[in-house]
Design a protein around this ligand. Structure first.
Ligand SMILES: Cc1ncc(COP(=O)(O)O)c(C=O)c1O
Length: 403
């Protein structure tokens, strides 16, 4: 397995942009884009390779090496990655797929896109991750797969989930949208099951603007995903994106338009080279918040578990109105008035009307996800934050809580 450290390039040139003043709004999840990304994009623009081309191939190769897996296919979102993984897994109508009630809607929507039925389970209130015992309790003869989400970058209990999947003959499709750097007992997130799906959305640990990646160890799965990601055109169609001249292509199934562009990969190549450095900065900010907020009436995230590597994607605190005399939504409004952008990850899935109408889900049946969804706030945790930004966040939190 290639170590994370190997992929780290020399320090990047910091962007020549003025630092934010304390009066300016601090945007939640702003990416750190450096000179290297700008030059690489310019290179694509100048050569004319804007669409899928050599930079996508390079990005796939380098991401695959970073994670130490055999196959990586770049696509235009994690949503696309999840959808194609479901299809390649053979998941379809009549199948059930178990996932968490505390996730982004795309995790659930892609199960529905594949024609299957999502089955939700509640989370562990400490880790915010899917509860393996609750997973086992929801397995039926129709269950085909489990989709764990490594929430905020903290790995799920993969020993338990892999054991359940093996015993019950289920596939695992990992939603690694938060978990590029995550490891569990030395093993990389995204390599435990049949597929690992990553997001390079703008707020994520590394970005391509929009983008995603699918990891798999099975060449047949990788080939099928490539076909499905490009209209269902035979694998050879990808050679259209080379300088070998015109090639006929043949449509072998009804696919999608999910391919990544070279302009996106141009950003991703340099984001990946800086992954370790950015992780270290987020770890530092996370530790500062833990220390500074220790005495406040907030529930702080639990420390990473031993033997794991937390990706520090989100720093979430819980606002319990009984402790703060403040609702979560009032806290958000007050932080915004203090010029600090915050996020909510997430309201629980069953509170959304579409799912209630379609599946008759009731939020109270998933009490931990419901409560977390009502109380959670994510504070800024981007490597772009300088020490003054971090101090501004801490000052604003104290101000809003009257501490
Ligand atoms: C847990 C989770 N899954 C899936 C997605 C979808 O990712 P993308 O926006 O790249 O499609 C996200 C994005 O926010 C996410 O947080």
């Amino acid at each position: 397995m290639v170590s994370a450290a190997k992929a780290v390039a020399p320090p990047a040139t910091d962007p020549v942009k003025p630092a934010r003043s304390s009066e300016e709004f601090l945007i939640f999840g702003a990416p750190l884009i450096c000179e290297e990304e700008e030059q690489e994009i310019l290179g694509s623009l100048r050569t004319g390779w804007l669409g899928t081309g050599p930079k996508v191939a390079q990005f796939e190769r380098e991401f695959r090496q970073y994670k130490g897996v055999l196959y990586a296919v770049a696509v235009n979102s994690c949503t696309a990655a999840l959808h194609l993984s479901m299809l390649a897994a053979g998941i379809g109508p009549g199948d059930e797929v178990i996932t968490t009630a505390l996730t982004f809607c795309a995790t659930v929507n892609t199960i529905i896109h594949a024609g299957a039925t999502p089955v939700l389970v509640d989370v562990n209130p400490e880790t915010f991750n899917i509860d393996p015992e609750a997973v086992a309790a929801k397995i039926t003869s129709h269950t085909k797969a489990i989709v764990p989400v490594h929430f905020a970058g903290r790995p799920c209990d993969m020993d338990a989930l892999v054991t359940i999947a093996r015993q019950r003959g289920l596939m695992i499709i990992e939603d690694c949208a938060h978990a590029v750097e995550t490891t569990y007992k030395g093993k990389q997130a995204g390599t435990f099951g049949s597929f690992g799906c990553f997001s390079f959305y703008v707020t994520k640990n590394m970005t391509t603007g929009e983008g995603g990646m699918i990891l798999t160890t099975d060449e047949r799965h990788a080939d099928r995903i490539k076909i499905l990601a490009l209209h269902g055109m035979s694998k050879d169609a990808w050679h259209r994106f080379s300088d070998e001249g015109y090639k006929h292509y043949y449509v072998v199934e009804c696919g999608y338009k999910y391919n990544m562009m070279d302009i996106q990969a141009a950003i991703g190549i340099h984001q990946l080279r800086r992954i370790q450095k950015n992780w270290e900065r987020r770890q530092e900010i996370w530790a500062t918040y833990q220390k500074e907020f220790a005495g406040l009436p907030l529930t702080l995230p639990t420390q990473p578990d031993e033997g794991t590597r937390h990706a520090y994607h989100l720093y979430t605190v819980l606002i319990d109105p009984k402790r703060t005399n403040l609702t979560r939504d009032q806290f958000i409004a007050d932080m915004t008035a203090e010029n600090i952008g915050v996020g909510v990850h997430y309201q629980s899935i069953p509170v959304h009307p579409y799912y209630q109408e379609r599946f008759s889900w009731r939020p109270e049946d998933y009490p931990d996800s419901l409560r977390i969804g009502q109380q959670t706030v994510s504070l800024p945790l981007s490597p772009k934050l300088n020490d003054r930004d971090v101090a501004d966040v801490i000052r604003a939190v104290r101000q809003v809580l009257h501490h």
